[in-house]
Design a protein around this ligand. Structure first.
Ligand SMILES: *[C@@H]1O[C@H](CO)[C@@H](O)[C@H](O)[C@H]1NC(C)=O
Ligand SMILES: *[C@@H]1O[C@H](CO)[C@@H](O)[C@H](O)[C@H]1NC(C)=O
Ligand SMILES: *[C@@H]1O[C@H](CO)[C@@H](O)[C@H](O)[C@H]1NC(C)=O
Ligand SMILES: *[C@@H]1O[C@H](CO)[C@@H](O)[C@H](O)[C@H]1NC(C)=O
Length: 445
């Protein structure tokens, strides 16, 4: 989402807050909404009662044990990240390069995730050579919003710490603003392993039209002040390339909090903060679930008829909570320097529901894939919601802009409490991704 884009300083204060809030603070607005009214029931077409066929999975695979990394705690670690804001500076979006932007504390870099699983389920540190060996001659694609891009840039930096990367599509662009366009569809090749890593911008996972980046601009330029989602239509910008993709990582969610109209087969099926008069609010949970379901269905359908006989892997990175604790422009909106301790913070209601919907849709899609595309595609969840919720210390905060306090301390400063500093906690998502990729390769041998 657009939390890192430049706020409109020239607007008078109330308008400025409105414009920025619409764009960046809807998690809070949505939470507010959810607290004031009972959560809407999911849309009729989206209910899922499928339980994960755990037993079937265990019997069918002889691969590495199925480790559950989703619960655990952050523990201090002496080891340094594999890369930094200088060594990977051109890959990292400026607004997430906290080191280069002058974030003074470094404690947030020294934590490792210890999964509760224990036993053989420790989470090993990221190993670039191992990852690249597993995807030799293959293509790993991230699909989704700016959190998908955040995770993609983390993976590229982790891999590039060991093996040279070549940017072969898109540009490094500038910081934020228009530079984002060049970053929406980037692609890197690792010539040592003939492996490809790419990112595809698709904030709804399905076909849709994004609202303009601020409501003021929308009103002025005839753009949309809300999103339009066409749930039954794939986003061909990535779906059309699935034949050439071996590992697809879907990651989205924050854009669903914005005002939107939802369509299916040309009919309105719902809306959120309904922009059209006389429409009944449906909330976004059901639609988010449907978007994940339909995106996974598309992956399975196309894998079933893909000319490539190689098995594919589809991963859904679950919802990553924001940490606006107080006002968006307060000095300390997300100014923690350490993770929350176990039990110190519960996963928020909305965050939990988003993550749960994704995990359930993954389980349903995995079963669907075994029936409709046996041996062609595996579907896995990368459950980060709980571990991410503990990392209020890992966001750029005011360092979304370079040296925000160069002119002295300020009481009011825009914050990004949505994305993650690179290096930072999101590197752990890719440590888990490595384990999922490993299990997939083991089981498809
Ligand atoms: C960043 O990493 C490079 C290469 O490993 C190293 O030479 C440099 O000293 C590091 N910079 C910082 C600020 O840690
Ligand atoms: C590199 O991988 C691609 C598939 O991603 C394959 O078509 C191509 O033949 C490979 N090239 C080499 C030199 O192995
Ligand atoms: C979205 O759907 C419309 C109508 O089917 C189609 O014309 C358009 O190409 C689609 N856009 C994308 C990005 O798939
Ligand atoms: C909304 O509904 C009211 C009451 O049914 C009706 O009077 C009004 O014309 C409707 N407005 C629109 C824009 O459809």
């Amino acid at each position: 989402m657009g939390a890192a884009s430049t706020p409109r300083h020239h607007l008078p204060l109330p308008k400025r807050i409105f414009a920025y809030a619409l764009y960046a603070l809807l998690p809070l607005a949505a939470l507010h909404y959810l607290l004031l009214s009972p959560p809407p029931p999911p849309l009729a077409t989206t209910s899922t009662s499928t339980t994960p066929p755990v037993a079937a999975v265990a019997v069918a695979r002889k691969a590495a044990p199925r480790c559950d990394y989703s619960e655990g705690e952050w523990v201090r670690s002496a080891s340094a990240p594999r890369y930094n804001g200088t060594s990977c500076g051109s890959t990292i979006k400026g607004g997430q390069n906290c080191m280069a932007h002058g974030r003074p504390d470094t404690g947030y870099l020294h934590w490792r995730w210890r999964p509760r699983g224990g036993g053989g389920c420790a989470l090993p540190p990221f190993a670039p050579g191992e990852f690249l060996e597993l995807v030799r001659g293959r293509h790993v694609a991230f699909v989704g919003d700016s959190l998908a891009r955040n995770q993609c840039e983390s993976l590229v930096c982790l891999l590039a710490s060991g093996f040279p990367a070549e940017l072969v599509r898109g540009g490094n662009g500038g910081d934020g603003g228009d530079g984002d366009e060049a970053r929406k569809f980037r692609r890197w090749v690792f010539p040592s392993h003939n492996a490809t890593v790419s990112v595809f911008w698709s904030p709804f996972l399905v076909n849709g039209t994004e609202k303009s980046s601020s409501s003021a601009a929308a009103a002025g330029a005839g753009g949309l002040d809300h999103n339009r989602l066409y749930l039954d239509q794939p986003d061909e910008r990535w779906a059309g390339e699935l034949d050439g993709i071996d590992v697809v990582v879907l990651s989205a969610g924050h854009w669903f909090l914005h005002p939107a109209m939802y369509y299916e087969r040309g009919e309105v099926i719902g809306c959120h903060h309904c922009p059209e008069p006389n429409r009944t609010e449906t909330g976004f949970f059901g639609v988010f679930r449907l978007a994940v379901k339909n995106a996974l269905r598309e992956v399975i359908t196309r894998a079933a008829r893909s000319p490539s006989q190689q098995q594919k892997l589809a991963v859904v990175t679950t919802f990553s909570p924001a940490h606006f604790e107080g006002e968006w422009d307060a000095r300390d909106a997300c100014a923690r320097s350490e993770p929350y301790a176990p039990g110190e913070k519960e996963v928020g209601y909305m965050d939990r529901e988003m993550g749960r919907a994704e995990a359930e849709e993954v389980a349903a899609a995995a079963a669907d894939a075994r029936v409709r595309a046996p041996g062609r595609v595996e579907v896995e969840a990368l459950e980060v919601t709980a571990m991410a919720a503990l990392r209020g210390d890992g966001h750029p905060g005011p360092y979304m802009n370079a040296f925000p306090f160069a002119g002295g301390e300020r009481a009011r400063v825009p914050n990004d409490c949505v994305h993650w500093c690179l290096p930072g906690p999101i590197d752990t998502w890719n440590e888990i991704l490595l384990q999922l990729v490993k299990r997939w390769r083991d089981s498809s041998k």
